[in-house]
Structure formats: structure tokens, C-alpha cells
Ligand binder design. Structure first.
Ligand code: 1GP
Length: 249
């Protein structure tokens, strides 16, 4: 079937890995949204994720239209809440926050939006979302009112990821938090690879190719990059990161 999930899996197979640009359609990115999208178009990203923990004004929908008009790659929603659901995307990560035990983000937002998603006939990609300590207090932790899992307790993280797999999730998203000081530990990836048989996507604090090389060596294939795109004059670094993700260097 030609859906976005299969496209992710095929990209991973054909290119060795896939990179996801994350754009937060919030007021804070308004001034340089067009510049960010141009950089994304010219830096060999495979997919564009749209979403944020919190949208603080009423221009969300307009920004999605702008993103859609400029982006050349598939758009995947990465919603911070049911409120962000839109049919202007090609698919959505259907995220359940497995860490932290807050029923609102485990199942509550899903019930709120299920009928809407059904009417929109939107592709949902069931994703187990696991917040791992990235060394700073993250927006996800603040908004979801949950604690991250300790980043050195591999067994605990694996138990959450396996629970997601057994519940039928098609992806595990390991989140260190946007702009985190520490990204996901390559040793954690090697460990999880021996247990899971669903793909792992990694995000939070990914800034340079050296860091990505170590993660690729440990078996990581799917990467989310957000803050590094918001950083001015950073295109060279993004191109280098994507070369490593795609096995070109
Ligand atoms: C946040 O994982 C993403 O949800 C991306 O993190 O902004 O640190 O790249 P960065």
C-alpha cells in the first residue's frame, strides 16, 4: 500500500536512513518560517513533521497553509494535542505518551479527536512516544506534566518501548526534548535494537554530524531535527547531518 508509513520504511531501506525536519508552527517561528522551509527544501530532508507542545496564537492554520505551499516533501503531523489535528497533512504520528503515566496523553486526547480523524480519513501512524531525560526541563515535560525516564536505565526504557510494540504501535519515538543538552545515548539504541522489531525514531538535541555518526553506528536510522533548523546560517551542518543519515559519508 502506498501510504506514508510505507514510504518511511522504504526510504529507510533505500537511503539507509530517513531524516525528518521538524517545524513548530507557533508564533516564535513566524518571522523566519519561510527561511526555515527553504533550508529544509535545500538540505535533503525526507519528511517534514509539523507540530509543537503548545501553540500560543490563532495563526496555526495559516502557518500550515504556508508550510504546505513551500514544502516539497511529505507533511506529517506531530501534534502536541487534539487541537492541532488538521487534514492539511499527508499523515499524522498518532502519538501515545508511554512514559509519565498521564492518561490525557496516553489515551485522552485520542478519544477527543478520534471522530474528527475518522471524518478526515487521515492516515494515522501509531507511535509510542517516550520522553527520556535530556539534561534540561523540556516543553514536553512541562506541558504533559510528566517526568522523563532516566536516560541510564535502559531496562526501564526498554520495558516502555516493548509495551508499545506489544500494543501494536508501528514506531517508537525516543524524545530527549527539543533543544536538549544531551541527545539519546547511542548505547541505548544498540540495547533497544536487540529487543524491538519496530523502527525507532530519535529526536532532541541533534546538532552535528559527529553525534549523528555515533547514533548511526549504533543502528539508529530515523532522526528528527528541529532546533538546528531554527538556528541561523546552519544549512551546511544540516546537509552534513543528512549525508551521514543517508550513508553518504
Ligand atoms: C523535539 O525531537 C524533536 O520534539 C526535535 O528536537 O528541536 O532538539 O532538534 P530538537
Amino acid at each position: 500500500m502506498d501510504n506514508i508509513y510505507n514510504k518511511i520504511i522504504n526510504t529507510q531501506k533505500k537511503r539507509g536512513g530517513a531524516s525528518f525536519a521538524l517545524v513548530d508552527p507557533d508564533l516564535k517561528n513566524d518571522i523566519n518560517l519561510i527561511d526555515q522551509l527553504k533550508v529544509i527544501n535545500d538540505s535533503d530532508f525526507d519528511f517534514l513533521l509539523i507540530g509543537g507542545s503548545l501553540i500560543i496564537d490563532n495563526n496555526y492554520s495559516k502557518r500550515i497553509d504556508l508550510i504546505k505551499s513551500i514544502s516539497k516533501i511529505p507533511l506529517i503531523l506531530f501534534p502536541g494535542s487534539a487541537y492541532q489535528i488538521t487534514n492539511k497533512v499527508d499523515a499524522m504520528l498518532y502519538i501515545s505518551l508511554l512514559s509519565g503515566n498521564n492518561p490525557q496523553y496516553l489515551i485522552g486526547e485520542h478519544i477527543q479527536s478520534a471522530g474528527i480523524i475518522h471524518n478526515m480519513n487521515l492516515e494515522t501512524i501509531p507511535t509510542g512516544y517516550i520522553l527520556v531525560d535530556g539534561g534540561s526541563y523540556s516543553s514536553v515535560a512541562a506541558i504533559s506534566k510528566t517526568l522523563p525516564l532516566p536516560n541510564n536505565k535502559f531496562d526501564i526504557i526498554a520495558a516502555h518501548a516493548l509495551a508499545g510494540q506489544y500494543l501494536g504501535m508501528k514506531l517508537i519515538y525516543l524524545e530527549a526534548g527539543s533543544g536538549s543538552a544531551v541527545s539519546i545515548d547511542p548505547k541505548l539504541i544498540s540495547f533497544l535494537k536487540t529487543k524491538l522489531n519496530i523502527p525507532i525514531i530519535i529526536g532532541g538535541g541533534i546538532k552535528d554530524k559527529t553525534q549523528v555518526s555515533k547514533l548511526v553506528e549504533s543502528g539508529a536510522k530515523l532522526f528528527v531535527i528541529g532546533t538546528a533548523i531554527e538556528t541561523k546560517d546552519n544549512q551546511k551542518k544540516l546537509i552534513e547531518i543528512n549525508q551521514v543519515i543517508h550513508g553518504k559519508s
